[in-house]
Design a protein around this ligand. Sequence first.
Ligand code: XMP
Length: 516
Amino acid sequence: MSHLASEQILILDFGSQYTQLIARRIREANAYSEIVDSMIPADEIRARGAAGIILSGGPASVHDPDAPGCDPALFDLGLPVLGVCYGLQWITRHFGGTVQRSGSREYGPALLSQRLDNPLLQGVAPVTKVWMSHADEVVQGAPGFEIIASSEAVPWAAVWHPERRIWGVQFHPEVEHSEEGRQILHNFARRICGCAGSWTASHYIERAIGEVRSQVGDGAVLLGLSGGVDSSVAAALLHRAIGDRLHCVFVDNGVMRHDEARELRQVFGQHLHMNIRMVDASEIFLQRLAGVTEPEQKRRLIGTTFVEVFREAAASIPQARFLAQGTTYPDVIESSGIGKHADTIKSHHNVGGLPAELGFEQLVEPLRMLFKDEVRAIGEELGLPHEMVWRQPFPGPGLAVRILGEVTRENVALLQQADRIVLEEMIRSGWYYKVWQSFAVLLPVKSVGVMGDCRTYEKAVALRVVQSSDGMTADWVDLPHDLLGRISSRIINEVRGLNRVVYDITSKPPGTIEWE
Ligand code: XMP
């Protein structure tokens, strides 16, 4: 994908849970970065025209018999190299220094003190907080390497080799806890590798449009629009590239949010003048969901029904030989096996996961190399409404996985009303954009209440509000009590059929974000 950016930094992955974060930080410095297998040949690095190389951290020890490595010829390319944690240890061992098991595994904050003036630490305070997470450490640097900063426990915490232009840090500049880590990675990309900062939303749009046009020629493209951020931004970008030759299909599966279909038609059809086909398949989905209570069965049913309905809709647009998807970089990293593997706790379904057997000639994935924050920046640049670009994630199987027990029209209507109130109050209070997700879950229990002078015996909803950076782990949010109170009393007063609201105070793990 080097054609998407004129300058790039390659990150050789040794399997750290933080590798993606390194890539994000480099891109925040407006330099393009890509994660590649650590064994990429040096010739290929040269052919890609990389401006610099980062060797990531990783769980292995350089003393392991099968310790991962990289092509040593990369050090002769004349490109700046930065080793992070395991990356530094591998470099040290390779050039003849000594790496040993630390006295105890060091995990947590440390104070880094500068010992030498160095471009890597330009603009960084003389003493700064960094995050350590390592079992091995460098006890003697390789010949030609000098210490540029140390922590109390780790003398070789930041090093360089001035002639070879190799740098290494024992700490993790990519994690938030390293207070000036962004500056350090910015220094590497911009000052040391000389990237000019050309990786911006408008630059990306321009290049992606060119790429889509050359891929598609005068063909037509079909895109499944879900209302989520990724498919919406992909649609806007493709529309900019090929106009009316983009055909969007929205499948209403009967378990969408209140007014979702109407809002999408308004934004994409009326406001942006796109071809959009709305397929109301709610009847068939709800028929098939009747009587189903087991979460995985619900998910499977919705997934297979979606493909069936989508296939039929696609057949009515026969000229479309290309299928567009809002695949993003984390999906690409996971499916390529680079980096961490996805969990298999739930069989996730989303519009982007349409199977190959749909019979399209080619996939068009204009967001394939982007992180979520970059997708959002591009959405803004393309003029999508703020509320759409900054929307919270919404699961492919929709409200079905937030209705515990059977999914019926009545249950969907109850939850849609509660969900709308949660959304309105979260937006009004300013909390909507501060949290990862906030939503209501319909519980399959009834409890006794009293309204006016009358007894009620109605259903309950749980309120779920979580903070997360990627959905893999999450913390419940301590919302202000007056906001909780307002949401609760509005739901009970306005939604006939609900008489109790409870707050979910479970983090992930051990809970998951959605209840099913
Ligand atoms: P869980 O419930 O697994 O959710 O902790 C993690 C994140 O993923 C979202 N989610 C889904 N997204 N299709 C999706 O596109 C799905 O089937 C799906 N299930 C869960 C969930 O909302 C949360 O953000």
